[in-house]
Design a protein around this ligand. Sequence first.
Ligand SMILES: Cc1ncc(COP(=O)(O)O)c(C=O)c1O
Length: 381
Amino acid sequence: MKNHQFRTRAIHAGQEADATTGSTIIPIHPSTTFTQSAPGEHKGYEYSRTGNPTRAALEECLATLDGGLFGAAFASGMAATTAVANLLSPGDHLIVGAEVYGGTYRLFSGIFERWGITTTYVQSREAKDFAKAVTSKTRMIWIETPTNPLLNILDIASLAEISRNSEIMLVVDNTFATPYLQKPLSMGADIVVYSTTKYLNGHSDVIGGSVITSNEPVFEQVKYYQNAAGAVPSPFDCWLLLRGLKTLAARMEAHQLGAEKVATFLLEHPAVSKVLYPGLESHKGPQLAKKQMSGWGGMVSMEMHDPSLLDRFFRNLELFAVAESLGGVESLACHPYSMTHASMPKDLREAIGITSGLVRLSVGLEDPDDLVADLRYALES
Ligand SMILES: Cc1ncc(COP(=O)(O)O)c(C=O)c1O
């Protein structure tokens, strides 16, 4: 599968026809346990927390899409994040790009700091400012790019160089870009993390997460944690995810087409003061985005001149559902300040630019003209 193109791998990797029945589509294996001829004599599976054939197919497919050697699937993006954070030990120092999902901030600050992981949040997007935060105890740098919800771009290759020189692990949460648009491992990142709940599944009906790496010792620890802590996805959810992955490339192209139309419309609308989309020349860092991404994705954020009109804007939307999450075929609108990033302290939210006037749009696969009409109505009525 390694020599095949992305779209082919997304459809076939890990999914040979079933050996006993010839089933073309990978079966859902709900069995919690697997019969052994004698203790220890089995066909690779013993107990479904430890390993399950449907999950194994998903893990292989996910790893292949990122160009990684190993993949581990989890019951949520936060469970995947927890598995990676568990590579750290009390006394270790973690550097986090401050523009992360609010739940990631909550996990690091509310749980891992209590377990003795000291954390520095870097508000800058410059690699040199991450370098300044490194101490003799730093073991991991954690970033998102494009960031959630401001869609800023961080330089993966430069951060990888800092990490390599100091023997630090660079972790990239690639949920927004997906492996279709960005491959952090190829730029020197050690670990890639996903909320597969989002674009990878793509249909807003599975909560899931994954960890991808080519570093075998790291993977052994992640697998050990996966089995020991047990936050594994159900076989049915793995199967749904495999189904979603088959259309990832086609969906990302269509998301992007819609997002470009939405961003262009918003840019010209008099009620809108700011549009954030990596593909816009007005956006910070378009050169860097071009260097490390092959497209800009389906997320657009914006601010209105008059934030007092926001409530009316949200209530007027008909096609865009006002909801948390992103990356599904249906368009969603959210207010990061009070929704996805409410768990981040107000001072930090405001310092990095998550204002009470910010709106985040996940542009779905409806007809882009209908989406623009929906936004026009919501802004103008
Ligand atoms: C960038 C990013 N990472 C991780 C997560 C957490 O994923 P999950 O909700 O699947 O636990 C989210 C959720 O919104 C996210 O947006």
